[in-house]
Design a protein around this ligand. Sequence first.
Ligand code: GTP
Ligand code: MG
Length: 380
Amino acid sequence: MSSIRKYQAKTITEALAMVRADLGRDAVIVQTRKVNKRVLGVWGREMVEVWASDNPDLEGLRRPQTTTPVPTTTSSLPREQSSRIEQLESEIQNLKAMIAQLARQGVAVVPGTTPVASTLDNPWLSLLKQAEVEESIARELLQSVPENALSENTLHSLIAERLVTSGPITLQEAQPKVVMLVGPTGVGKTTTIAKLAAQYALLQKRRVGLITIDTYRIAAVEQLRTYSQIIDVPIRVVYSSNELPGALREFAGMDVVFIDTAGRSQRNSMQIGELKACCERLSDCEVHLVLSSTTKTRDLYDIVERFSVMPLHRVIWTKLDESTAFGNMLNVAVKHPLPISYVTTGQRVPEDVEVAESNKLASLVVGGASAPTPILTPAA
Ligand SMILES: Nc1nc2c(ncn2[C@@H]2O[C@H](COP(=O)(O)OP(=O)(O)OP(=O)(O)O)[C@@H](O)[C@H]2O)c(=O)[nH]1
Ligand SMILES: [Mg+2]
């Protein structure tokens, strides 16, 4: 059964709140008026009186000249309240727009925390972007950390966690460890094999064998043969994948055998298919994908994807000495998580190769960087 009730309050806002609390959100305002309430027989203060009902059919009874609907505008309110409500409405609109923008950028908004990536002109985000870390990866990285918890050390650790490393090639007792280097043209596969072969043969006194299946260019065979003579380790040249198991049998007494391959354009899937066929000839082979740190991120993604037709176990980053921004290493590590085994830092054989370390790599990415100066300094 419906009823019409009277509500009195000091302000229209309070009166409407009473209506809502009593009759619910669908209440119909039948009439509003200002009244002066007598207190102890004298004129008291001005009050707002609202007549309301829970029966929607009564809406037709409202007298236009006196009836106030549940306010969607603030025109009937005292000027001070109107402007305050308008201000609040505008703030709510701004917040809604900001949340929508963050949602579009894939930032989760969790009540009670301020993900650092949500801050416009965020200095940490700028730092990562300067290092050529992709924006989506930078945001994802920063999102896990509340803004006030972020320091240079935290950022460094977050990056180091993503730059997973494998340590050096581990040798095995019973049979030679077989390591194949694959990758695009000119990234430093042959030079890196020479460096590693020299380190294992000369410094660690291990028995090292070299195989090259890069027989497309005479110069390529000669390049590795020259290194094999300098380091004084045996070399076999293999002209087809069928010959590979035989060459390995000859090296059965070695501790480690490095296989050099011809640089393959990632755009040439036939060449990569040939390489895959070689891999399939070997039962147990650790494949290291060699990437140059001077290559841009989009091309690196393409390279890793195309080479992924064969099993890839490690990544070697070359030419660190020639690069000025290292965000691309982080980008690849996030998109294609493969442990990093070595980095190379110059042309000298055998010096310019190092076992990769997550912390050192992280320092390169945000490296030498001191804590960023906030672009927006908080007002004093
Ligand atoms: N600056 C610098 N140059 C390097 C590095 N590693 C290799 N290089 C140079 O890069 C050039 C190509 O090296 P290679 O070892 O022949 O490259 P590759 O991948 O075997 O090339 P292809 O067999 O033709 O595919 C040579 O001039 C190397 O000296 C490095 O870490 N830093
Ligand atoms: Mg080569």
